[in-house]
Design a protein around this ligand. Structure first.
Ligand code: CO8
Length: 263
């Protein structure tokens, strides 16, 4: 499948998706959401993919939000549809069977930050700026920001960010635990790819089990979360990857994980 608004590359089990509307600072319009949604479905079905890197084209922005020119034309019914489509894409990122790293290379604002928050973790360049400035447009975050940000930083900081619409530097966002690591602009992508390579060398069954158990556990009480872990652990141990991992350890060699989710 070919795409106009995104670039898709893959190498050594690492899929890299680049949001590609640099003239509009990679703002998310409905065509982009449609194309990204289809690509995520393809990646979910592709046993070769073990990790996804999501970034923005150009040097200025990851994604500067939903496309404001498109937003300004929507009636309430269309706005609900657009918000729902955005949520569908963010949910696909969150529930994709492989980890997703957001490589935030500049502005991640509004829907752009919401997209990064739906990924498993964020690495950013020193010049990155994040924020939920929707309040300045007379609206609120509509792609999950009110929900995901407060689950990461707590509701009071989320409220301050959403009520003021102020941008935050990469350094501050790292200190607040929103961004995992900050790198010089020139080394961000190499560092992201290095971590992606480490993750891609692990087993797909256990990566999937770890991601879904951590995500699922956040929304339930500790006892139910632990129950999820027990069941996911048992499933992993029955997999070809666990057989390879434990055998490799005992044979004093590096494990080569090959199992897929459809085995
Ligand atoms: N949408 C459309 N175009 C954009 C957007 C955007 N979000 N952001 C930037 N652009 C365009 C600009 O219009 C400009 O286009 P042109 O060259 O044709 O005039 C080009 O990108 C470059 O931008 P600037 O000239 O403004 O660049 P600056 O360096 O001066 O400023 C900023 C960079 C600070 C990032 C500035 O562009 C900005 O404030 N952008 C808007 C940020 C924003 O408010 N984002 C939130 C959008 S709303 C949202 O995300 C809601 C999500 C939920 C939707 C729910 C659906 C109903």
């Amino acid at each position: 499948m070919s795409y106009e608004t995104i670039i898709f590359e893959h190498k050594d089990h690492v899929a890299t998706i680049t949001i590609n509307r640099p003239k509009a600072l990679n703002a998310l319009n409905s065509q982009l959401l449609r194309e990204l949604s289809g690509l995520l479905d393809e990646i979910a079905e592709n046993e070769e993919m073990r990790v996804v890197v999501l970034t923005g084209a150009g040097e200025k922005a990851f994604v500067a939000g939903a496309d404001i020119s498109e937003l300004s034309t929507l009636n309430p019914v269309q706005a609900r549809y657009f918000a729902k489509k955005g949520h569908e894409v963010m949910n696909k990122l969150q529930t994709l069977p492989v980890p997703v790293i957001a490589a935030v290379n500049g502005f991640a604002l509004g829907g752009g930050l919401e997209m990064a928050l739906a990924c498993d973790f964020i690495y950013a360049s020193e010049n990155a700026k994040i924020g939920l400035p929707e309040i300045n447009l007379g609206i609120i975050p509509g792609f999950g920001g009110t929900q995901r940000l407060s689950r990461i930083v707590g509701k009071n900081l989320a409220k301050e960010m959403i009520f003021t619409g102020k941008m935050m530097s990469a350094e501050e966002a790292e200190n607040k635990g929103i961004i995992n690591k900050v790198f010089p602009v020139a080394s961000l992508m190499a560092e992201v790819q290095k971590t992606a390579g480490v993750i891609a060398s692990k087993g797909k069954v256990s990566l999937n089990a770890a991601k879904s158990t951590i995500n699922g556990g956040v929304d339930v009480d500790l006892a139910n979360g632990c129950e999820m872990e027990i069941n996911a652990f048992a499933l992993c141990l029955a997999s070809g990857d666990a057989k390879e991992g434990t055998t490799a350890f005992l044979e004093k060699r590096t494990a080569v994980f090959k199992a897929g989710l459809k085995e």
